[in-house]
Unconditional design. Structure first.
Length: 146
């Protein structure tokens, strides 16, 4: 059984080696870009071109959406935990589970808020501006060239 797997592995390795040796000179001699000109999707044009800082604007939007999504998720968890607490009745295990869910949701909200506070503090300490990490401005070629 081991001998059969060894021969299959050896055959696969030799096949990969052969295909890489044969295809490499062909691609090296190809003078044009094999992928052509790749355009950004139309929805990304709202953030600006890559030379004007569009990528930084896109990352800032993604960061903010993640924070808002985390807050909405925590709000739903608190509502569901409150419903579980109200429907627990006299069952101490259900009440304990509901309290744990409420407590964990509040801890999550404090982490989300704490991330903003820490980002502002570190931005002020390292860069002299509270907004540097929260809303970054990534330098572009137009910013660097004289």
């Amino acid at each position: 059984m081991f001998k059969r797997h060894l021969s299959t592995l050896l055959f696969t390795a030799l096949l990969l080696l052969f295909s890489s040796v044969v295809s490499t000179p062909v691609l090296a001699q190809y003078s044009q870009n094999p992928f052509g000109q790749i355009q950004a999707p139309g929805a990304l044009s709202n953030f600006g071109d890559i030379t004007t800082g569009g990528f930084g604007n896109f990352l800032t939007l993604i960061f903010r959406l993640m924070i808002v999504g985390g807050g909405i998720f925590a709000l739903f968890n608190i509502i569901l935990a409150g419903y579980a607490f109200l429907s627990a009745g006299d069952d101490p295990k259900k009440m304990e589970g509901a309290w744990a869910k409420i407590f964990q949701s509040l801890i999550g909200l404090s982490f989300i808020a704490g991330a903003f506070v820490l980002a502002a503090i570190f931005g002020k300490l390292l860069f002299g501006d509270f907004n540097t990490i929260i809303n970054p401005q990534i330098p572009t070629i137009e910013d660097i060239t004289p």
